[in-house]
Design a protein around this ligand. Sequence first.
Ligand SMILES: Nc1ncnc2c1ncn2[C@@H]1O[C@H](COP(=O)(O)OP(=O)(O)O)[C@@H](O)[C@H]1O
Ligand SMILES: [Mg+2]
Length: 249
Amino acid sequence: MKETEVAIMDTAQHTPHGANAEAIVATDLTKCFGEGETKMTAVDRVRLVAHFGEMLFIVGPSGSGKTTLLSMISGILRPNKGTVTVKGADIWHLSKDQLADFRLNTIGFVFQDYHLFPRLTTAENVAIPLILKQRDWNESIGEAKKMLEIVGLRGRSEILPVKLSGGEQQRVAIARAIVSQPEILILDEPTASLDGDTGKMIIAFVKEKVLNASRCILIVTHDARINEYADRIIHMEDGRITGLDKGTE
Ligand SMILES: Nc1ncnc2c1ncn2[C@@H]1O[C@H](COP(=O)(O)OP(=O)(O)O)[C@@H](O)[C@H]1O
Ligand SMILES: [Mg+2]
């Protein structure tokens, strides 16, 4: 085989959609809060790489900067220093419109407390990202129902979230986060409000049904019971990365 052919094959393996390609690269990422005497560094020069096809955990005690880190990676909170590159694009140098588009199309976010709208049915909750993209209402509800089936909530599309258990509400939140097929899925303490078994079931479910070669999943947790599902674990303390488990970048 000619050298050029080898080079082309090598590039092909690193296209953004191939497993093991870099999905997120954060370098020197830093966020401070407060001024003067009360100034504190919530995230301190963090470097991390997350790949397509992997479920990466970020673990650390409460207050260690996990949510702040996720907010900067997902385009919600502007860092003081450092860069976040997602699929090769430096997200904090995008225009306002491009950043909004990135948040809507590339990232799916699941919050600890689900953040479901109590007066909307489960299908309407799941359809919100599609409605925001100006998709037809009926088409969006149809798509939402398909997602609810995927997360095991078939036949529960017309009810209000309050009628569901915590685990079921978390599955609605996951369905809403994946309805627009984001390549990056971010879950912030997804098991914090669930009992141990339900929490494990949710994470096992996400790994089996939601993770694929062209998707990258980041999970922030301080729930050690779910560590067994991680492909890799990054440890955080006082805003800094203090260690890596299950292989390194
Ligand atoms: N908007 C904010 N204003 C001031 N301090 C904040 C803000 N957000 C987070 N912090 C502080 O930054 C530190 C890290 O917080 P956070 O990222 O929420 O940690 P974790 O998610 O690991 O519990 C904490 O000390 C927290 O009080
Ligand atoms: Mg947090």
